[in-house]
Design a protein around this ligand. Structure first.
Ligand code: CO
Length: 186
């Protein structure tokens, strides 16, 4: 099943998501549906709060970036209960978008390397380092679990300039070719 994606303005995107155990109901179905939803909307990452489920879970497939980074090809991964342990290096700019914020893309600065602890679908714990585009996608999705959106990282001027468009998204006044759930009816 393809979930509707929760649009900017919904409080679920601002909540800190909860850790889960391996007894979480229908977890494998949720993960499967999240991948389907992500591919349907041509995203490279999707966090559970974006489908209205406030748990510490995100999925990634960085394959669309294989032209820019060979190692992105086939990098498909599920992160459960992730904890960012470290981020390092000189910040670099990358043009980010978000399935919950359709039509808006901005250059965002983040550190290039990170170490993360997470559990896989079998609830085995891993500690792994990532860099480049993979790190970037992980950072963006991890932020969703903390209630943070990429637009929070913009300068005050940029935020002011985008305010009207963000309000429009809250109300559903936006063109988007995948199913979304808007906080206010237009
Ligand atoms: Co996002």
């Amino acid at each position: 099943m393809i979930y509707p994606i929760v649009a900017y303005g919904d409080p679920v995107l601002r909540k800190k998501a909860e850790s889960i155990g391996n007894d979480y109901p229908k977890l494998m179905t949720i993960i499967d549906n999240m991948f389907k939803t992500m591919y349907h909307s041509q995203g490279v990452g999707l966090a559970a709060p974006q489908v209205g489920i406030s748990i510490r879970l995100f999925v990634i497939d960085s394959t669309p970036f294989k032209e820019d980074d060979e190692s992105a090809d086939g990098f498909k991964r599920v992160f459960i209960n992730p904890e960012l342990i470290n981020e390092e290096g000189d910040k670099w700019k990358f043009n980010e978008g978000c399935l919950s914020i359709p039509g808006i893309r901005e250059d965002i600065e983040r550190k290039p390397r990170l170490t993360i602890r997470y559990q896989d679908m079998n609830f085995e714990t891993h500690i792994e380092e990532f860099s480049g585009i993979k790190a970037r996608i992980i950072q963006h999705e991890y932020d969703h679990l903390e209630g943070v959106l990429f637009t929070d990282k913009l300068t005050p001027l940029k935020k002011t300039l985008l305010k009207g468009r963000l309000t429009d998204i809250t109300k559903g006044k936006v063109d988007v070719d995948y199913k979304m759930k808007f906080f206010q009816k237009r």
